[in-house]
Design a protein around this ligand. Structure first.
Ligand code: N01
Length: 527
């Protein structure tokens, strides 16, 4: 393809953490890149998820870019877990600091992308724009296609999805609010909404495991420690299993006494956060080991919720702890001790219909003024398949992935040359600290594009088959596939049940990707 015959060298879809860094890296290589972003601002996930109580469940020091020392030195987080507004401020700061905005087109939703015989990607937008580039990089996020259940009936009041929360905010003070869903978004928002709402009715289909955040102001000594030691600490994160500091304990939960086990769980419960999962090495491998952690959390729920009948209904029991993303909360279980919070258990009384003034379940009508859908996302594949992507010979990605996503390393899918998917299915992505995984993918793609020097690259279908098999095999060794989780596509009616992320760990995965590149991009086909 002759240089200069496309509008840009690279088109990037999405201006969240991934898209912003991709643009910055490509600029550094002297490539021209255009970012197309559906939202009215940069930030991706953190632009859309503005629901009350939204904050990250990864500690802010770890949930930040590592690529620029100055950025790291000059930015100081205020809390141990950053709120959505603070993370959005950070991303706005990054966009300004690296002068990224001039190459970002906001309010521009990509609807289609096709690989042309000329060796270019042609991208179409909702507004009818057509742009071409030699390479296309998706930075669309893994949890950005909102899942809105189709409930029969109609409701006359306002409804909001947590992942599409209005930027101007919603005043829920004095209102009767229904919250449907008890995943991370529901569990974070319920205690905050309950503080001002007249009443909150929580519609729970599946009880979830949640551990306390124990959030608070970021201690200056922790900030200083991280800044002083950031080279070493970032290296540890990149080579770890999850890209998080979980202080993994190498012991089996079954090799210690009951007292020792409880002491370990208790210490981690007191510390707060996802490090709870690092309590023992086999929590995600052995059902028996997992049950010890699940029992511990169920004991905490019983000890927190005063009404034993409500506590019972909140006890998770249909999936191993961690096989659905563990939630990290502030005052979630205690919220059920408030007089203005009611739990509606959909397992015993499912939703029948929406009525003009509320939600009717099998046993009664719940009168509400507002409905909050905390019902999650069509995860990982949803945002990609929302775009009509056509590869070689018009091959449709929707068609190719009909039985589940197929990719080589989660980076490319065979038959779609020059299309790279940041944190795509088949990579660690959602099972890791997303920023660690994003930076690894962006760096790998940037180096690859630099070395390609305009040539085309595609995944070898044989390498892809082997990778898909490996992803499934490793998942099969764990308890992850035992849950009806969004990792499995189980939350979306009709979606194929496939465990989508790579569970082998970010450190191992990084080495595999580096080794593939060092061996002349083994498993990829070049022009
Ligand atoms: O979505 P979810 P989420 N009727 O899919 C229920 C990240 N995140 O937005 O389990 C009734 O987890 C559904 O029930 P069930 C994080 O990775 C992070 O909360 O399918 N209920 C479930 O209870 C997280 O895992 C942060 O039976 C219905 C809930 O809705 C991911 O995003 C914050 C229903 C959906 O839970 C997704 O979390 C927020 C229906 N028709 C999100 N359909 C932090 O960093 C669905 N549900 C803290």
């Amino acid at each position: 393809m002759p240089p200069g015959s496309t509008d840009h060298d690279v088109i990037i879809i999405g201006a969240g953490f991934a898209g912003l860094y991709m643009l910055h890296r490509l600029r550094g290589l002297g490539m021209s890149a255009r970012v197309l972003e559906a939202g009215g601002g940069v930030g991706g996930t953190w632009y859309w998820n503005r629901y009350p109580g939204a904050r990250c469940d990864v500690e802010s020091l770890q949930y930040s870019y590592s690529f620029a020392e100055d950025l790291q030195r000059e930015w100081t987080w205020t809390e141990r877990y950053a709120t959505q507004p603070e993370i959005l401020r950070y991303l706005d700061h990054v966009a300004d600091r690296f002068d990224l905005r001039r190459d970002i087109e906001l309010h521009t939703r990509v609807t289609a992308a096709s690989w042309e015989a000329t060796g270019a990607w042609v991208v179409e937008t909702e507004g009818g724009e057509r742009l071409s580039a030699r390479y296309l990089v998706t930075a669309v996020g893994c949890l950005s296609a909102a899942n809105l259940p189709r409930l029969p009936g109609s409701f006359r009041g306002p409804t909001y999805h947590t992942g599409r929360w209005p930027a101007e905010g919603v005043d829920l003070a004095g209102r009767r609010v229904a919250v449907i869903g008890t995943g991370s978004s529901g569990i974070q928002s319920i205690p905050v909404i309950a503080e001002s709402a007249e009443h909150v009715t929580v519609f729970q289909r599946t009880p979830n495991f949640s551990v306390p955040a124990h959030n608070g102001p970021l201690r200056p000594e922790d900030d200083q420690w991280f800044k002083t030691n950031h080279h070493k600490l970032r290296h540890q994160l990149r080579t770890s299993h999850s890209g998080l500091f979980t202080s993994p304990n190498p012991d089996s939960a079954l090799a210690v006494t009951d007292e020792e086990r409880v002491r370990e769980f208790e210490a981690r419960w007191e510390r707060g956060g996802l490090a709870f999962l690092g309590a023992f090495s086999d929590l995600m491998m052995s059902e028996e080991a997992n049950r010890t952690a699940a029992d511990f959390v169920r004991g905490k729920i019983r000890a927190t919720v005063r009404n034993p009948e409500v506590a019972d209904r909140l006890l998770p029991g249909d999936h191993p702890l961690g096989s659905k993303r563990v939630c990290v909360d502030t005052g979630y279980y205690a919220a059920y001790n408030r007089p203005n919070v009611t739990l509606a258990d959909l397992r015993t009384a499912p939703v029948r219909e929406l009525t003009p003034g509320g939600v009717r379940t099998a046993d009664r009508e719940h009168p509400v003024d507002v409905i909050v859908y905390a019902t999650g996302f069509d995860a990982m594949t949803g945002p990609l398949l929302a775009i009509d992507i056509r590869g070689k010979g018009g091959l449709s990605l929707r068609e190719k992935w009909r039985a589940g996503p197929r990719s080589y390393l989660g980076l490319m899918s065979a038959g779609f040359p020059n299309l790279f998917t940041i944190t795509g299915p088949g990579s660690p992505s959602v099972l890791s600290n997303m920023i660690v995984s994003i930076e690894q993918h962006v760096d790998w793609i940037a180096e690859c594009l630099d070395r390609l020097d305009g040539r085309a690259l595609d995944a070898d279908p044989l390498a892809e088959d082997a990778w898909v098999e490996q992803v499934n095999e490793i998942a099969g060794l764990t308890l992850f596939p035992r849950a009806n989780s969004w990792y499995m596509g189980a939350n979306i009616p009709g979606k194929p049940r496939v465990f989508m992320p790579y569970v082998g760990g970010v450190g191992v995965y990084r080495d595999i990707c580096a080794e593939v590149a060092a061996n002349g991009y083994r498993g990829f086909l070049r022009d």
